[in-house]
Design a protein around this ligand. Structure first.
Ligand code: MD3
Ligand code: FE
Length: 213
């Protein structure tokens, strides 16, 4: 891949490459995700309090992030099928290497599916064993309104994440509070019926314990 153009987000550690994937690369990645999802379907997790997420989820890689009555954790199998998660496609492993510069590959890729009015409340990602490893996010489909603010709370900023955009969270941004307020319906024709898929690559690092966020 040609080196994508990075924009200045003004937030230390929040790196954003708009349009890093061109339409052909988006379609190729989506085809890989669809093939994986055929064996490892999207399901709707519940919070530890028992509330269903509006986002549907599945995972790729040795470990996958799950939430249920017992808490949040990484585990090697799909909670509904009991099968191992499918492998992370090489396209994504190459993007991780090129954009993060990290030798350690990701061992977890959470796949979030947003349909209609799905959203994700402000939270921190703290379930990984090594919180100094970056997170890399790839957006496909409809544009999302993404909110991010300091770990300590306080003022947030909003960015649009469009199809083909990639962002990395490193250093001080790694523990940022962030969420998805809403989609802009009809902003992309990539997914049949609209909606958005977000892929987040992480080093979950084995026996990450259950933590709250
Ligand atoms: C900032 N996903 O899966 S991607 C998540 O669009 C998550 O589905 C959102 O938040 C989504 O946990 C946001 C951008 C993103 C991903 C991981 C982060 C931002 C982040 C980790 C730390 C700080
Ligand atoms: Fe998150």
């Amino acid at each position: 891949m040609a080196e994508p153009r990075e924009i200045d987000t003004g937030l230390d550690g929040f790196r954003l490459w708009p349009g890093a994937l061109d339409p052909a690369a988006q379609a190729a990645l989506l085809a890989e995700v669809r093939a994986a999802v055929a064996a490892s379907p999207f399901y709707r997790p519940v919070t530890p309090g028992g509330r269903p997420f509006s986002v549907r989820m599945t995972n790729l890689g040795p470990l996958g992030w799950v939430s249920d009555r017992d808490g949040y954790r990484y585990q090697p199998t799909h909670p509904v099928t009991g099968q191992a998660w499918p492998a992370i496609p090489d396209i994504l492993l190459d993007l991780w290497r090129d954009l993060t510069g990290r030798a350690t590959p990701p061992d977890a890729c959470l796949v979030n599916l947003y349909r209609d009015d799905a959203k994700m409340g402000l939270h921190q990602d703290r379930d990984e064993a090594d919180l100094t490893a970056p997170v890399l996010s790839v957006s496909l489909g409809d544009t999302a309104m993404f909110r991010i603010g300091p770990a300590s709370g306080g003022a947030t900023r909003t960015f649009r994440l469009a199809s083909g955009d990639i962002c990395a969270l490193t250093g001080p941004a790694r523990l940022a509070r962030h969420g998805i307020d809403r989609l802009l319906p009809g902003s992309s024709r990539l997914l049949d019926g609209g909606g958005r898929i977000n892929l987040t690559l992480r080093v979950a690092g084995g026996a990450a314990g259950q933590t709250s966020r």
